[in-house]
Design a binder for this molecule. Structure first.
Ligand code: NAD
Length: 256
């Protein structure tokens, strides 16, 4: 699918990786609808990127809010051809903490509800919209890019809930691609390594240096634009489908 002239929805698009994808898609000639909880950051993206961008406040774990956000996107832009699912949270807790407290099940449910069930809800709703698009080259009607994490494969201490949610995203990639193939919709998941986003904003420089040392080459943290370039490649290369792509400079995470 061409980026120029397409309409994209980006969840989590007010910050970090989603914002990076939105910037690159707009630079490539797309219109972008950002769906995010963070109203201030979303409005700032609208001011920065101008009329090609609309912000809609939405919570991916609230199905009515997502249905309303998609309706707004359709009213304002007329369709959706690209979906980037970047909304997510990454709270850490041990199964049993040092003081003996058990992992809070409500926290576990919240992570699954946002990172996995919320993503699936957005996918099913947006796929129904994409199915109405006229077919393009190769009969293509839509491209869905999900964000997992290398924590799906090498979760660290404290990442039981986060890794479970991202492992779910990895696991559902192929069956969703199979389900949507007859509609001309591709599905690809990116599993980023350590990316320099607001998720790491409060980390001290020494920690960032230590994390950068985990990459084989290049030995630096990934950037939102590294992520955005892979999103652009996935959108434009029609043979990419049903796959999970690590974006981690060869890093393999140790236990801590
Ligand atoms: N930064 C990293 O190192 C890294 C590594 C691997 C995977 N990821 C994944 O990348 C994605 C983006 O993370 P980021 O680093 O850009 O973080 P970020 O915090 O900068 O951005 C995440 C955005 O998601 C939004 N969001 C959170 N919950 C939401 C909800 N319920 N509904 C709608 N929006 C919601 C936040 O408001 C925020 O704007 C996440 O899924 C994260 O798990 C990040």
């Amino acid at each position: 699918m061409k980026v120029t002239g397409s309409i994209a929805m980006v969840t989590g698009g007010a910050s970090g990786l989603g914002a990076g994808a939105a910037r690159r898609l707009v630079a490539g000639g797309a219109e972008v609808v950002l769906v995010d909880l963070n109203e201030d950051a979303g409005r700032a993206m609208e001011s920065e990127l101008g009329s090609a961008v609309s912000f809609v406040r939405g919570d991916v774990s609230d199905t009515d809010s997502i249905a309303a956000a998609i309706d707004t996107a359709l009213d304002e832009r007329g369709g959706i051809g690209i979906l980037v699912n970047a909304a997510g949270i990454a709270p850490a807790a041990r199964v049993i903490s040092r003081d003996g407290a058990l992992f809070d099940l409500e926290l576990f449910r919240k992570v699954i509800s946002i990172n996995l069930i919320g993503m699936f809800d957005v996918i099913r709703r947006v796929a129904a919209v994409m199915a109405q698009n006229p077919p393009g080259d190769d009969g293509e009607k839509g491209v869905i890019v999900n964000v997992a994490s290398i924590a799906a494969f090498e979760g660290q201490i404290g990442q039981a809930a986060y890794s479970a949610s991202k492992g779910g995203v990895v696991g559902m990639t192929l069956p969703i691609a199979r389900d949507l193939a007859s509609l001309g919709i591709r599905v690809v998941t990116i599993a980023p390594g350590i990316m320099d986003t607001p998720l790491l904003a409060d980390a001290p420089d020494e920690l960032k240096d230590a994390l950068a040392g985990l990459q084989l080459f290049p030995r630096r943290l990934g950037t939102p634009d590294d992520f955005a370039r892979l999103v652009e490649a996935i959108v434009t290369i029609p043979m990419l489908n049903g796959e999970v792509i690590r974006l981690d400079a060869g890093a393999r995470m140790p236990p801590r």
